[in-house]
Write a protein that binds this ligand. Structure first.
Ligand SMILES: *Cc1c(COP(=O)(O)O)cnc(C)c1O
Length: 411
């Protein structure tokens, strides 16, 4: 495998050294093949909000697998999951299940273009929407320019209809609509960014996006692959009270199995085949084993909502990390929303990619490896938010703060 990994974020490229190879996981802990135990603050990059190997999720997966792992035909279970999503996420009237977050955003963009008959889309630098060609552009640029591909193999043509703007800048959005009236199919964003570290949208920015898109009949897409079922049961849109036209989901919705979803207004979703003409399909879409994991996860989250507990533990961790970095005399910012957060090695607060890009990456690398030695597994990049689960107790949060305090004094 290139680099020994199946997804580059795992390769420790940003911090150096060799990635841990994992043997198994349980609750808040990962165990590597050398028999060491780590308190896990990645949670498989988002999905594991209930902790690893939750007994009810594992039982549901087992029972589903015993009934056959794929049929390529409709099941009651996938209709059930669709209903759970629609019930949870207020703006979603119809939904389609896919196999990953990337598939969800790729499909949502296609449907938005099909529904509006327009080509252009707006995305924001530092926002990651999976490895979709048209969205893999200028993730590091803050200029209001037409997208330049971030990766060899993405053609100039694939990026030419992508307008990349600076996150949290209403002026740039207003200017883009003035420059391309009636031409913008969709605006897509992470309502709280996890993929340049934790950077929340301001309420003013979200209100601006809702207003400007409505004025021009442009489809507003919330990419809630990370935030969905994490910041509230109904996602960031519930937390901030903003109603997008379309929503993409992944990570938690699959309960640790490969599953994503996209949905939204019924009139938009009815553009999709077989009702409408926009083509989107999948041999394993609605896979019964993945649906069992997702459906059980959503049921547990609905029946016993952990969100207040996650928020208070998040605030406790954020305050502890802030104190530890202050005591160590390190210029920093802690940005936190619920169970997502980042300790930025940056003297100024981070509102967009330009701000994030000024972080001291070397200090972060030393912090990361210091914590590994203390048995704490943080995201291996300054530009990835940490996550924790319902199984992370207050005592574990406090242990992690102590470990961070020790490491920060020595870097
Ligand atoms: C992880 C992520 C994706 C991509 O999902 P995959 O399942 O990795 O394809 C898309 N959007 C956001 C906001 C994400 O965090």
């Amino acid at each position: 495998m290139p680099g020994g990994v199946n997804s580059p974020a795992r390769a420790f490229g940003a911090v150096g050294g060799t990635p841990l190879f994992i043997d198994h996981a349980e609750g808040p802990y990962l165990y590597d093949i050398d028999g060491r135990r780590f308190l896990d603050f990645i949670g498989s990059w988002g999905p594991m909000i209930l902790g690893h190997a939750h007994p009810e999720v594992i039982e549901a997966i087992t029972l589903a697998a015993q009934r056959g792992t794929s049929y390529g035909a409709p099941t009651e279970a996938e209709s059930g999951l669709a209903e759970q999503i629609i019930e949870a996420v207020d703006s979603v009237e119809k939904v389609r299940l896919v196999n990953s977050g990337t598939e969800a955003t790729m499909s949502a963009i296609r449907v938005a273009r099909g529904a509006t008959g327009r080509d252009k889309i707006i995305k924001f630098s530092g926002n990651y929407h999976g490895h979709v060609d048209s969205l893999l552009v200028a993730a590091g640029s803050a200029a209001a320019t037409l997208g330049v591909p971030d990766s060899p193999g993405v053609t100039v043509g694939a990026g030419k209809d992508t307008i990349v703007l600076s996150y949290n800048s209403c002026e740039e959005v207003v200017a883009a609509f003035a420059e391309y009236p009636g031409q913008i199919a969709a605006v897509i964003l992470e309502p709280v960014v996890g993929n340049m570290g934790c950077v929340p949208a301001t309420p003013e920015f979200l209100a601006c996006l809702r207003r400007e898109t409505e004025k021009d009949d442009t489809i507003l897409i919330f990419d809630e692959v990370m935030t969905g079922f994490r910041l509230a049961f109904g996602g960031a849109q519930e937390r901030f009270g903003v109603r997008p036209d379309m929503t993409t989901l992944g990570k938690i919705v699959g309960g640790g199995m490969p599953l994503g979803a996209y949905g939204g207004r019924a009139d938009i979703m009815d553009q999709v085949l077989p009702v409408g003409k926009v083509f989107q399909a999948g041999t394993l879409s609605g896979n019964p084993v993945a649906v069992a994991a997702g459906s059980t996860t959503l049921r547990l989250l609905r029946d016993d909502p952990p969100y207040e507990q996650l928020e208070s533990r998040g605030q406790r961790l954020a305050a502890g990390l802030d104190r530890a970095a202050t005591d160590a005399g390190i210029p920093h910012q802690v940005q936190q929303v619920g169970s997502m957060m980042t300790l930025f090695f940056n003297p100024d607060s981070v509102h967009n990619w330009q701000d994030a890009d000024r972080c001291d990456r070397d200090a972060f690398g030393r912090y990361f490896w210091g914590l590994i030695n203390e048995g704490v597994y943080m995201p291996c990049s300054q530009f990835e938010a940490l996550f924790f689960s319902c199984t992370h107790t207050e005592a574990m949060i406090d242990e992690s703060i102590e470990a961070a305090a020790k490491v920060l004094k020595s870097i």
